[in-house]
Design a protein around this ligand. Structure first.
Ligand code: PLP
Length: 407
């Protein structure tokens, strides 16, 4: 059964907004998704009914807030099928989660000359933390290349791994090329050499179901705001044995067992990695977002977004001068493109005046742009609430821009 998109759209208040007196066509979902009322209400409800600092309070409200936060952790656990809630660490988002691993794992497990392997299609947040590690520890960074279609050359990985390789850190789905990588295969290859794997799930968690145990992944990270949740909250999943083996990331309250001026002992998992007051309102709102996604069904979402994607690519291919950046057959719901020699910013600005929100530029993946010898792309990215009519509006907008620039 197809999704009732009109009904879904009613759950998202912002979608009725007009931009320059035109109905909003929001196609910037890879950057952040809009929020359903249940998430917005959860935030209000949290502050109205259930606000007290968690874990340390004996009073009623504190216990209520603590229970809500820990229930949210359990809900995340179940969403990604982690073996234990101890393996679910709340972070500010994907970026902080990767930085946590780069610091805690990197500093404790890597020495000079050790290698971290990433891919050529990584978001800057899965490049720069490893370069910072490089400047602290003298590690080296190796990069799995992709081909002209944006398909990762996974066969290269086997040759790249050496006894010095300490971690493979790759994205599940590219935020610029739409490529969905064969993560299970990558993990299998790395594990055959006893190398752990971190997977950046920022662009996969909103679109298809992820089972961390089935993947046998060592670290998996994602952001709440890309899966219909609030900003400022995200998740690091880590296998318990890894999280136990590596030191805390930040020091402060919550993460300690006992502090004296001579020595501090650390709290158990997951609190060891959650220094300071956690975003307990954010975690419960994220949990509401995951419930919302579960209610619609990830399979239904995935099917709908794929229909949109194929419809968009077919319609857009008819536009003169259309060039798609990224042509992997395994792709998620976004399309990166250029039209003739029209600069992405010009295209984006014209579309904006028509009420269409797309993203333009390098999408925090400059090495991808370098590989294609371009400055940037225009990116339209889809969510469960987008419609074919909106894609028609996009196509008409692109045509209009093309005519303005070429005639
Ligand atoms: N990784 C990928 C693949 C992304 O698309 C993004 C955001 O666009 C990030 C990481 C960073 O996410 P955040 O800014 O929420 O930390």
């Amino acid at each position: 059964m197809g999704l009732d998109i009109n009904k879904i759209r009613q759950d998202f208040p912002i979608l009725t907004k007009e931009i320059y007196k035109k109905p909003l066509v929001y196609l910037d979902n890879a950057a952040t998704t809009q929020k359903p009322l249940c998430v917005i209400e959860k935030i209000t409800e949290g502050y109205c009914n259930c606000n007290a600092n968690i874990h340390r309070g004996v009073h009623f409200l504190s216990q209520m807030a603590t229970e809500a936060h820990e229930a949210a952790r359990e809900n995340v656990r179940s969403f990604i099928n982690a073996a234990s809630a101890r393996e679910v660490i709340f972070t500010r988002g994907t970026t902080e989660a990767i930085n946590l691993v780069a610091s805690s794992f990197g500093d404790s497990q890597c020495s000079e000359g050790d290698e971290i392997i990433i891919s050529q299609m990584e978001h800057h947040s899965n490049i720069v933390p490893w370069q910072l590690l490089q400047s602290r520890k003298g590690t080296t960074l190796k990069v799995i290349p992709f081909d002209e279609n944006g398909i990762l050359k996974v066969e290269e990985l086997e040759k790249m791994i050496t006894p010095k390789t300490k971690l493979v850190s790759v994205t599940h789905a590219s935020n610029t090329l739409a490529t969905v990588n064969p993560i299970k295969e990558i993990i299998r290859i790395a594990h055959a050499h006893d190398v752990p794997v971190l997977v950046d799930g920022a662009q996969s968690i909103p679109h298809f179901s992820v089972d961390v145990q089935d993947l046998d992944v060592d670290f998996y990270v994602f952001s709440g705001h890309k899966v219909y949740g609030p900003t400022g909250i995200g998740v690091l999943y880590g296998k318990e044995r890894w999280l136990d083996a590596i030191p805390p990331y930040q020091g402060g309250g919550e993460m300690i067992k006992k502090v004296t001026f001579e020595k501090t002992t650390f709290n158990e998992l997951p609190f060891k990695f959650e220094a300071g007051t956690p975003d307990y309102i954010g975690s419960t709102a994220l949990s509401a977002a995951l419930d919302y996604v579960k209610g619609i069904g990830l399979e239904n979402i995935s099917k709908h977004e794929h229909e949109l994607l194929e419809y968009a690519r077919t319609r857009m291919a008819e536009i003169e001068g259309m060039r798609f950046i990224g042509n992997s057959p395994q792709r998620s719901g976004l399309v990166s493109f250029l039209v003739g020699d029209i600069h992405p910013y010009d295209m984006g600005s014209i579309l904006d005046k028509l009420g269409i929100a797309v993203r333009t530029g390098h999408h925090c993946a400059e090495p991808v742009m370098q590989a294609f010898g371009i400055e940037g792309t225009v990116r339209a990215s889809f969510a469960m609430y987008n419609t074919k009519e909106e894609i028609d509006t996009l196509v008409a907008g692109i045509e209009r821009a093309r005519k303005m620039f070429h005639h």
